[in-house]
Design a protein around this ligand. Sequence first.
Ligand code: HEM
Length: 395
Amino acid sequence: MIEKPAYDWNPRSDDVQKDQIAAYDDMRHRCPVAHSEYLNWSLFRHEDVVRALHAHETFSNSVSNRLVVPNGMDPPQHTLYRRIIEPYFNAQRMEAFEPVCRQIAIELVANLPRAGEVEFISAFAEDFALRVQAAFLGWPTKLHEPLRRWTRRNHEATLARDRTAMEDVAYEFDRYIRSLLMERRNAGASAPNDLTTSLMRERVGDRLINDEEIVSILRNWTVGELSTISASVGILAYYLAGRPDLQQQLREQPALLPAAIDEILRIHAPLIANRRIATAPVEFCGRTLPADARVTLMWASANRDETVFGDPDTFRLDRDPALNLLYGAGIHICPGAPLARLELRIVMEELLGQNSRIALASGQAPVKAVYPASGFSSLPLRVERPAKDDAVFSQ
Ligand code: HEM
C-alpha cells in the first residue's frame, strides 16, 4: 500500500535545529524512514542511503527545474559533464595547488591573535574557505565579501524555503560569474591562464560549453566548497580543542592526519544531506514511498549508524574508508574530494604546527549551525602560540 503523507517529524523545529546531529540520531533509532513537510522522505540508515546511491535509475538527481551541472543530472547527460569536471581535481592539479593553499593557511594562522580568544568561524574558517576557493578558480579578492554574503543568504533562503529569495541569490551569483567570463572573453589571448578560463574552453559533444553551463558548474563547486570547507575547519578545530592528547598525537605523527580528518568528519558531518526523487514506488523498512517522492539522504545520520560503526562517537583510525559516506558514493561521489582533503590536511598541519594549543574559550559556548549548514555558526576558541613559532610541519 502507498503511504499517505502523514508527518513524522519537523526538521525545522527548535529541538532539531538546536542540535541537528543528536536529533538525527534520535530519528535513526525511532523512525529511520521519516516523512516531513520540509524534507519529504528522509533516509537515516547507512544501508538505506547506500541503496539509494547505487540505484540511480530509481533515485534520480533531477530534483530541480534549474540547470545544476552535474549534481542535478542523471546519466547519460551526467556522465558527459563528469568527464569535463574530474580532471580539474587530478593529482597534477592538486600538486600544483598545494603551495598556494599552504601559503593561505600560513597567512591566516599568522593573523590569529597569539593569545586570547577569537571567534574562529568568522576570523578563520570562512576566510580560509573563501580565499582557497578564489585562488583555486582564479577569482579576484574583491569577490571574497560578496561570496561570503552570498553563502549566508543562500543558507537563509534554503532554510526558509523562500523561493523568490533563492532565485534572487542564484541570480546574484550568476551576475558575479558572468562578469568574470565577460572580462576573460574581452581579454582574448591575454585572459588569465586560470581554471575559470580553462573551463570556458571545454566542449560538450561537438560544441563549446555555454555560459549557463559554466556558471552552473562554478555554482555547484562554490556551494560544495564554501560551506562544507568552512564547516569542516570549525568541526575539526572544535573536536581537537576538546582532545589535547589527540592534538599532540597528530602533531607528532602528521601522517595520521588524513585518516583522522575523515573520521572526525564522519562523527560530525559538515554536509547534512542531499536530495533525490524516486522514479518508481520504492520500499524501505516496510514503508512504501510513491513514485515522484522526494527523498533526502541524511549523510549526518548514515555516517553514525551503529549497525555499521558501533558507537558512532568512538574515534578510530582503523575503520574501513569505503564505509565512510563523507564524500558520498556511486556516480555522484564528490569529484572535489581530492581538493577538500588537500585543503583540510594543509590547514590542520598549519594550525597544529604553528600553534602550540587549540583550546575552547572559557566564557562563551559555541553555537551550533542550523540546517542546511552544519558545524558551528560561532566558535570561540583560544589558539595559543609560543612567542617564537615552533612550526612542526611548515618548512
Ligand atoms: C569537506 C568538503 C566536502 C564534502 C564533505 C563534500 C561532500 C559531497 C558529497 C556527499 C557529495 C555527493 C552528493 C550526492 O550524492 O548528491 C558531493 C558532490 C559534489 N561535490 Fe563535494 N564535498 C566537499 C567539497 C567539495 C569541493 C571542494 C568541491 C569542488 C570545488 C565539491 C564539488 C562537488 C560536486 C561538483 C558534486 C556533485 C557531483 C555529482 O553530482 O556528480 N565538493 N560532495
